[in-house]
Design a protein around this ligand. Structure first.
Ligand SMILES: Nc1ncnc2c1ncn2[C@@H]1O[C@H](COP(=O)(O)OP(=O)(O)OP(=O)(O)O)[C@@H](O)[C@H]1O
Length: 334
């Protein structure tokens, strides 16, 4: 469905200079600097997949998405999506894809979503019976029958996001790009939107999701691609992201005696939350939980304890840091 091969994008920007002298000099002759935002990306997304495309700020996600949606021309490489080259066959391509950007609205502030939907019907040339059937299905799924006739500016953020999804899905796109689709929503609205995405995915719609909300990723994605500095640092099933860091647990403890700074294999003190409260990270392959609990109880007295799997946030942080360390080592050996 989507085939990306050696995709690269470099931007040319003006160098500003750091010192006053440099800034003054650069006013006369502005030297150019090349930034490689996306560096030789290759991956395939099969039809019906729910892919999370993640990375820290500045990793190159938006640049990649802009090329995949046909907004930007790449510097090098190829993309074939739905049988088309996005930036070359843009008109035909946009008729087949959808996009929801949590921070950008496709609705019109002063008119009700119902009217904006009708406008989209005309833009995409959706025949009346198909439009009615799709609209009814989506309105029922998202429960927006009443709200879609109010002016958009009167809607709550949750109601508006549901309408944004209807707007994006009315022409029945086979491929949908989501950028921070649940940003700012409360838990119930988030769950509604996620349920809707899952039900569309069950109908065969492919989703590419970019987000900094890792709960969205855990609730939705089957596969995760992580990029950093424009290159892929991870591409596998969501489950493998967890197993990558081994069998680690996060344990929050309240003890009767203070726990000193320990050097114990398989244990890392992650945070001191109070004089008798700490959070530790345990690699259970090196330090089995039952040994940890027995020994800690004997020495410090466990008054209370909470054990959880390492949150996906920590796994991602580790992945980003690992990559940064590898890059700085490579820079030193150059
Ligand atoms: N139009 C542009 N001109 C010059 N540099 C750019 C331009 N757009 C992006 N960049 C640079 O390219 C790199 C990748 O940016 P991009 O916006 O793709 O990252 P991102 O992963 O989407 O980040 P974020 O999560 O913060 O949105 C950054 O270093 C950014 O400063």
């Amino acid at each position: 469905m989507i085939e990306v091969r050696n995709l690269t994008k470099t931007y040319m920007t003006h160098e500003r200079g750091h010192t006053l002298r440099e800034v003054a000099k650069n006013l006369i002759r502005r030297p150019m600097k090349e930034i490689t935002a996306v560096n030789n990306l290759s991956f395939i997304v099969p039809q019906g997949e729910m892919l999370a495309f993640l990375g820290p700020n500045g990793a190159g996600k938006s640049t990649t998405l802009k090329m995949l949606t046909g907004v930007l021309h790449p510097t090098a490489g190829e993309v074939r999506a739905l049988g088309l080259v996005p930036w070359k066959q843009r008109r035909e391509y946009v008729g087949k894809i959808g996009a929801v950007f949590g921070q950008k609205s496709q609705l019109l502030w002063d008119i009700p979503p119902a009217d904006a939907f009708y406008m989209n019907k005309a833009i995409y040339g959706v025949p009346e019976p198909e439009y009615r059937a799709t609209l009814n299905e989506l309105v029922e799924l998202l429960e927006v029958g009443d709200v879609m006739r109010k002016p958009t500016r009167q809607l709550s953020l949750g109601e508006r996001m549901k309408c944004e999804f209807i707007m994006a899905m009315l022409h029945r796109p086979q491929l949908v790009f989501l950028d921070e689709p649940t940003i700012g929503l409360d838990m119930i609205a988030k769950e509604n939107i996620r349920g809707f995405i899952r039900s569309m995915n069950r109908q065969g719609v492919t989703f590419i999701l970019t987000t900094h909300d890792l709960e969205d990723v855990e609730m939705l994605a089957e596969r995760v691609i992580v990029i950093n500095h424009g290159t892929i640092v991870f591409d596998d099933a969501l489950g493998s992201l967890r197993s990558r860091v081994g069998n680690k647990k996060s344990v929050r403890l309240t003890t009767e005696a203070a726990v000193p700074d320990l050097q114990l294999q398989g244990l890392r003190i992650a945070e001191r939350l109070g004089p008798l409260e700490i959070e530790v990270e345990i690699d259970t392959d090196l330090l089995p939980l039952k040994h940890f609990i027995r020994d800690f109880n004997d020495v410090y007295g466990i008054a209370d304890m909470d054990i959880e799997s390492i949150p996906i946030e920590s796994i991602m942080k580790e992945l980003y840091l690992e990559n940064a360390e590898a890059r700085s080592e490579a820079a030193v050996t150059k």
